[in-house]
Design a protein around this ligand. Structure first.
Ligand SMILES: Cc1cc2nc3c(=O)[nH]c(=O)nc-3n(C[C@H](O)[C@H](O)[C@H](O)COP(=O)(O)O)c2cc1C
Length: 268
């Protein structure tokens, strides 16, 4: 079994690790340019972003050729998943001529700092029965269960459309980030960015190629990176995932040319 995952704060990676099999970071697959994968079963695990599949996951699904008897997709989310899975399932046959045999979603800690207070999220984590729900999904996958995307009602569809309208990823979402004086230029933000959009040299600079996954904000040990509208400075990483795993998953090891560095310094 091969599992392709995308993660900002480790929730989706923790689920992928529990399911097992060979794990592939989607950010690394895109970077390497590998396009063909085959196995007896193939899955993707990813977070919900703006009631949608994250841009990088959509790009991956457009680019790769996957061959398997059994395809599954698991989406982690924090509060409202809306019609994200339904849309993914209906888009695939048209876009890539394949169907997911099994799809499911799992409610986890909400890392969207514009809405979520991480202190409260952690306090009430037990209510989400995360381990129990992951175990049910693992069992479904082991039994090769076949299902269709969870059906959503009329109001959920309307709300999903409204939320999607207000969640636009155009690369420039990084203008919402502010780095405060406590930054020591450790470079972690640069290493966890799956888009290679950050240069931490002298000061932290963003280059307007941001998917807004917030890995940089959450991974900063000093909480020195802030996002406009955040509830507070509490940050999050899934307890089953080490910082190094986020780095290994996302690091683009990008070296910046002199002119790019100058552009970046201007950008912030
Ligand atoms: C930019 C952004 C947008 C998000 N949008 C949604 C959303 O529309 N609905 C939702 O329930 N959770 C949303 N979330 C929360 C994540 O889907 C959730 O916390 C997920 O488990 C994070 O997984 P990860 O740690 O693998 O990145 C969003 C998070 C981010 C960073």
């Amino acid at each position: 079994m091969k599992i392709f995952y995308f993660t900002g704060t480790g929730n989706s990676l923790s689920v992928a690790k529990k399911i097992g099999g060979q794990l592939y970071s989607i950010a690394q697959v895109i970077k390497k340019g590998d396009t063909y994968f085959e196995d007896d079963s193939i899955g993707i695990v990813f977070p919900c972003h703006g009631v949608q599949v994250p841009a990088m996951v959509a790009e991956f699904l457009k680019k790769v050729e996957l061959k398997s008897q059994y395809f599954f997709a698991i989406m982690t989310y924090g509060k409202f998943s809306g019609t994200a899975l339904q849309e993914l399932v209906s888009a695939m046959p048209k876009a890539r001529n394949f169907n997911f045999h099994y799809v499911n979603e799992i409610l986890m800690i909400d890392n969207y700092l514009l809405r979520a207070d991480i202190n409260k999220e952690l306090e009430f984590e037990f209510k989400k029965s995360i381990d129990k729900n992951i175990a049910l999904i693992i069992n479904d996958i082991r039994c090769r269960k076949i299902n269709s995307a969870p059906q959503k009602g009329f109001f959920t569809k309307i709300l999903s459309s409204i939320k999607k309208f207000f969640f636009l990823v155009d690369g420039k979402n990084d203008i919402n980030f502010r780095v405060d004086k406590s930054c020591i230029n450790c470079g972690v933000c640069q290493k966890v960015c799956p888009k290679g959009n950050i240069l931490a040299k002298g000061k932290v600079s963003y280059f307007h190629n941001c998917d807004f996954c917030m890995a940089c904000v959450h991974s900063c040990k000093l909480s020195a990176i802030h996002v406009k509208g955040e509830k507070n400075s509490k940050r999050y990483r899934n307890k089953l995932v080490a910082l190094q795993e986020i780095i290994d998953s996302n690091n683009q090891n990008k070296t910046f040319s002199h002119s790019e560095k100058i552009e970046k310094q201007k950008a912030v």
